[in-house]
Design a protein around this ligand. Structure first.
Ligand SMILES: N[C@@H](CCC(=O)N[C@@H](CS)C(=O)NCC(=O)O)C(=O)O
Length: 217
């Protein structure tokens, strides 16, 4: 069995995504913590691992993999049991589209470096940053709720009754939402799917508070 090393930060939602995928695949790994609040991800030693200075990064098979969604797809191809994408092309396109709504359109606007830039360049205080976060979260989760609420493909999870890539992205985002006081009452379908994820140990084990570095608050 290959050795896997995950570079992570307990509160990072993109790290949550990869932790869930590893757990769903039943893969053990070494956890290497980088404290984003202390700017450890900007250190020379971390930039040598990921030039973008983002967690997560995953080392395995002699590779250093970056970007959470490509990492998850690599794991899915490498360990095809318990697939995280549907077997058919149309299903895969649908699930990737749902995942991209969160991963490409929502998360980047609310990343730590963006919130810090709002503060340092535009004087945005904590309350303004939280309002920014909530605004851009609603801008994606309102249409995501609309899409899922009327979709014939939705089951217990975003696509049928098995958890996959879209659920992983949604789960991680919903955890983040709670830190910023996002009102989720307009998203009953998202809340139901999030609850279904929470009920699975693979998702539960990936929660920030379950990680060894959760002491850095
Ligand atoms: N697109 C990347 C984004 C990774 C990312 O933004 N990670 C955040 C933590 S959730 C980070 O390292 N932020 C550091 C910063 O903003 O300075 C991925 O999906 O892996």
């Amino acid at each position: 069995m290959t050795t896997i090393r995950l570079h992570s930060y307990f509160r990072s939602s993109t790290s949550v995504r990869v932790r869930v995928a590893l757990a769903l695949k039943g893969l053990g790994y070494d956890y290497v913590a980088w404290n984003l609040r202390a700017d450890e991800h900007r250190s020379r030693s971390y930039l040598d691992i990921n030039a973008q200075g983002f967690v997560p990064a995953l080392e395995m098979d002699g590779l250093v993999l970056t970007q959470s969604l490509p990492i998850i797809e690599y794991l899915d191809e490498r360990f095809p049991e318990t697939p995280l994408l549907p077997a058919d092309s149309a299903g895969r396109a649908r699930v990737r589209s749902l995942a991209a709504m969160v991963a490409s359109d929502l998360h980047p606007l609310n990343n730590l470096r963006v919130l810090r830039h709002l503060e340092s360049q535009y004087g945005a205080d904590q309350a303004s940053q939280a309002a920014w976060f909530r605004h851009w979260t609603r801008a994606t989760l309102d249409p995501l709720e609309a899409v899922l609420a009327q979709s014939e493909h939705v089951g217990r999870f975003c696509h049928g009754d098995q958890p996959g890539l879209a659920d992983i992205c949604l789960f991680a985002q919903m955890l983040n939402n709670r830190r910023f006081g996002v009102d989720e009452s307009a998203w009953p379908t998202l809340a139901r799917i999030h609850k279904a994820c929470c009920d699975l140990s693979a998702f539960d084990s990936a929660r920030p508070e379950r990680q060894v570095d959760a002491v850095h608050r």
